[in-house]
Unconditional design. Structure first.
Length: 129
């Protein structure tokens, strides 16, 4: 079984459609697409899903794990939107790196419960974490 060749769109310049075209023209099967690329697309996620490339993963849900209490509801809302975006793309893998402690006050004791919640929500929608 051959693994698909994929490219991270962060390596390319241009608008989202130009990046996808460049990846397709270069012979890639899939791309790692960033939320910002989807948000910037003039046509939206469903249109991007029809452009002839697969999506290795959707990046990146930032600062989800360990978020302090006052941000937890906002982060859960972002997760819901992130999952909906992945579904529209036909993408089943989400990238959510650990909380960036220097940006905000990290609650290390909340990482485990946040990751478990993230995993549970993602798995309900048949996504890989």
């Amino acid at each position: 079984m051959t693994q698909p060749a994929f490219l991270n769109l962060v390596l390319l310049s241009g608008n989202t459609e130009e990046k996808l075209q460049a990846a397709r023209d270069a012979g890639f099967d899939q791309v790692e697409i960033w939320r910002e690329d989807v948000d910037a697309s003039r046509q939206g996620a469903a249109h991007l899903a029809q452009q002839g490339l697969g999506f290795t993963n959707l990046q990146v849900l930032r600062d989800f794990t360990g978020a302090p209490g006052e941000l937890r509801r906002q982060k859960r809302d972002e997760l819901r939107q992130f999952i909906e975006m992945a579904q529209a793309l036909g993408c089943d893998t989400l990238q959510a790196p650990c909380y960036h402690a220097r940006r905000l006050h990290c609650r290390a004791n909340r990482r485990r419960s946040a990751l478990a919640g993230f995993r549970g929500r993602a798995l309900r929608h048949a996504h890989h974490v």
